[in-house]
Design a protein around this ligand. Structure first.
Ligand code: SF4
Length: 274
């Protein structure tokens, strides 16, 4: 049996609840603890939540603080490596900061479009592009396959192409896996500027680890896109031969030294995307 005690302002209420039941937790914290306790002679795991825990949507704030600290260090170190590889790098600590950076990078009336990316969607970037400030080629609003293909074709001559990236190695290599190739093609060649938005939770040791990460994550993308692939049912990659397989094009961008700064990377120092 698991007991949940939600401690709001009155931590004492939780203590009183325990006292009434003669329960003595082994340990207690204002964040999250799972102590072993006695209740009527039985072992009872007890979970303590405080009000801040609930305010953060169930994430432990103390734990989050350490992750934020570590993510910032990772981002700062990685940004130097990426810059040496010819990429322009910006760090964003919040969604608001990300939008501010985009606002400063993309001139008004620029022709912009994007590749598929959870990071762009969950950080409000798509809404920002739809604000009316830009000439946005909105592939998500395409009504037919022909319309979508036309927009994807125009991406090669746009001013700014925005996308996510599947993984970034500690050596500063950008790793992508695509189903159709429109995204990797546009990142590699065509648009005058490419802006990649990526959280540091996508940083991996090397290309092999990137491949493994992608195998772990792709089932969620298959599910999100409602694809008819085995992983969208099982949650695991079985290296399928499905017609709707999205793991077709594995592309590594090592450096961009001939066109320094064409690819701009905004590293998010918080978790985002898959
Ligand atoms: S190879 Fe097939 S099963 Fe594996 S992640 Fe890609 S789409 Fe899913």
């Amino acid at each position: 049996m698991v007991k949940y005690i939600r401690k709001s302002k009155e931590w004492g209420r939780g203590a009183a609840w325990l006292a009434r039941r003669s329960v003595t937790p082994v340990a207690a914290s204002s964040n999250l603890v799972v102590p072993a306790s006695e209740e009527s002679g039985r072992k009872v795991p007890i979970l303590f939540f405080n009000s801040r825990f609930r305010e953060t949507g169930g994430k432990c704030q103390m734990r989050e603080g350490f992750y934020t600290w570590r993510y910032k260090l990772v981002a700062e170190k990685l940004s130097k490596v990426l810059e040496k590889n010819g990429f322009e790098v910006h760090l964003a600590d919040s969604k608001e900061q990300l939008l501010e950076i985009l606002n400063s990078l993309i001139p008004e009336n620029s022709v912009v479009t994007n590749g598929g990316s959870v990071s762009l969607q969950e950080n409000g970037v798509i809404d920002f592009l739809r604000s009316g400030k830009f000439q946005f080629l909105d592939r998500l609003k395409a009504q037919t396959l022909e319309e979508r293909l036309e927009i994807e074709g125009k991406a090669f001559s746009c001013d700014y192409y925005l996308s996510g990236v599947n993984a970034i190695t500690e050596k500063g290599e950008l790793v992508f896996m695509d189903g159709n190739g429109n995204r990797v093609a546009a990142v590699v060649y065509g648009p005058k500027n490419v802006i990649l938005v990526a959280s540091v939770n996508k940083v991996v040791k090397d290309v092999e680890e990137a491949r493994e990460r992608i195998r772990q994550i792709t089932p969620m993308n298959s599910k999100r896109l409602n694809l008819k692939t085995p992983c969208a049912v099982t949650g695991y990659c079985s290296d399928c031969s499905s017609e709707e397989r999205i793991c077709n094009l594995f592309v590594v961008v090592e450096k961009s030294l001939r066109k320094k700064g064409r690819i701009k990377i905004i590293l998010l120092t918080y978790e985002s995307g898959f």
